[in-house]
Write a protein that binds this ligand. Structure first.
Ligand SMILES: Cc1cc2nc3c(=O)[nH]c(=O)nc-3n(C[C@H](O)[C@H](O)[C@H](O)COP(=O)(O)O)c2cc1C
Length: 371
């Protein structure tokens, strides 16, 4: 069989996956309006991809405050919870497994998305320069616009941030999600706390590595209290540089975090690598250090081909590999890898926003077969 390692089963936490092909979290800005509620169309899209070893949902805001783009789904209202329940049900009906990626964007937002036009929040009042967010204009059209200046969160607001994740985790659990992935990557709130450029706090949540990582650890412990640590993963991107994110200690703080993940018993660590984000590639030395510091499953992601993914798993450097753009265009990616079949090409023009086009209409191999 081609790709023996990639297509072999694996257990992550206590969840058994039939293969190691993970669908990466992919924001598609197609939640129904008003209310940012997952719809039947979204359920159909995820169900089409149910043969993945594990689906990680698109980033899902834990609160209105945590939203940075128009039409991304939330998981803080009853309607959203019920929408996700349909999504999860559709994936389970096709024998799939799905994690909810819980997200707070922090400073990567705009007042028009916030309650009463409030300023977005961040560890410190440091604006993300050259950073655009996706908003809906008064005339109903969409536009990219500059992220607003954030205000610094007060120390006594931080337990409230943790609570947003806890409430969201409770809803995700009720909706039937198999796992939760805490989004601490890609320059959003939790990453902003970890990074030296965005965190200028002088309290227990700023300064040295242990302090900067503290909020992430608080969130993980609290979410693990809801789901069980064996059903919780985390996504990080230590070399990420988009959204004006500067971090002089990205690798060092993630190695410290890895020890904390081990202590808490977090099921997996999902590494979004530098390539897609534009950062430097991760060094082999760093990968080894991470592997030594953390004993759970490691999922890697970023411009992998099936060949590269298979080799990385075979060498013991990762337990599974996530595919992003390939999953946009290939609902049956696992079957295509098994058959050595060619892949459809994703259409970037339909990545963000819109309807079925470029979303649920990519053909599966089966579609091409005569009845
Ligand atoms: C359209 C699009 C949306 C994305 N949305 C998310 C997201 O919601 N959460 C996240 O952690 N990463 C997100 N990413 C990053 C992907 O998960 C992945 O890391 C990246 O695409 C690199 O993998 P690939 O080369 O296999 O596409 C997104 C990427 C794309 C192209």
């Amino acid at each position: 069989m081609p790709f023996d390692s990639l297509l072999s089963p694996v257990t992550i936490g206590n969840l058994q996956l039939p293969n190691r092909v993970v669908m990466a979290p992919l924001t598609r800005n197609r939640a129904s309006q008003p209310g940012d509620v997952p719809s039947e169309m979204n359920a159909h899209y995820y169900a089409q991809r149910a043969s993945a070893g594990l689906i990680v949902s698109e980033a899902t805001q834990v609160s209105r405050q945590g939203q940075g783009y128009f039409a991304t789904p939330g998981i803080y209202s009853d309607a959203q919870e019920s929408g996700w329940k349909s999504v999860v049900g559709a994936v389970h009906a096709r024998h799939g497994r799905i994690a909810s990626q819980l997200w707070h964007v922090g400073r990567v937002s705009h007042r028009s998305l916030q309650e009463d036009g409030a300023s977005p929040v961040a560890p410190s009042a440091v604006r993300a320069r050259n950073t655009q967010v996706f908003v809906k204009c008064e005339d109903g059209s969409y536009a990219m616009t500059d992220a607003d200046e954030p205000r610094a969160l007060e120390a006594d607001e931080l337990p409230g941030i943790v609570l947003q994740f806890v409430d969201a985790a409770q809803r995700a659990k009720r909706a039937g999600f198999d796992m939760i992935e805490v989004h601490a990557a890609n320059g959003y709130l939790l990453h902003q706390f970890m990074a030296t450029g965005t965190n200028r706090r002088t309290d227990d949540y700023g300064g040295g590595i242990e302090n900067r990582v503290r909020l992430v650890v608080d969130v993980l412990e609290a979410v693990a209290g809801v789901m069980g640590a064996h059903r919780v993963g985390i996504r990080i991107s230590p070399n990420f540089t988009e959204f004006d994110l500067q971090d002089d200690e990205g690798e060092a703080s993630s190695l410290y975090l890895a020890q904390e993940l081990k202590r808490i018993g977090v099921a997996y660590l999902h590494l979004a690598e530098g390539d897609w984000a534009g950062g430097a590639p991760l060094s082999e030395g760093y990968r080894r250090a991470l592997r030594e510091a953390y004993d759970g499953a490691i999922i890697v992601c970023g411009e992998y081909t099936a060949e590269e993914a298979d080799a990385r798993i075979e060498r013991g450097e990762a337990n599974a590999v996530a595919f992003g753009r390939a999953y946009i265009a290939n609902p049956d990616l696992v079957e295509r890898f098994s058959a050595g079949a060619p892949l459809n090409t994703p259409d970037e023009a339909t990545f963000y926003g819109g309807g079925e086009k470029g979303y649920t209409d990519y053909p599966a191999l089966d579609d091409a077969r005569p009845d």
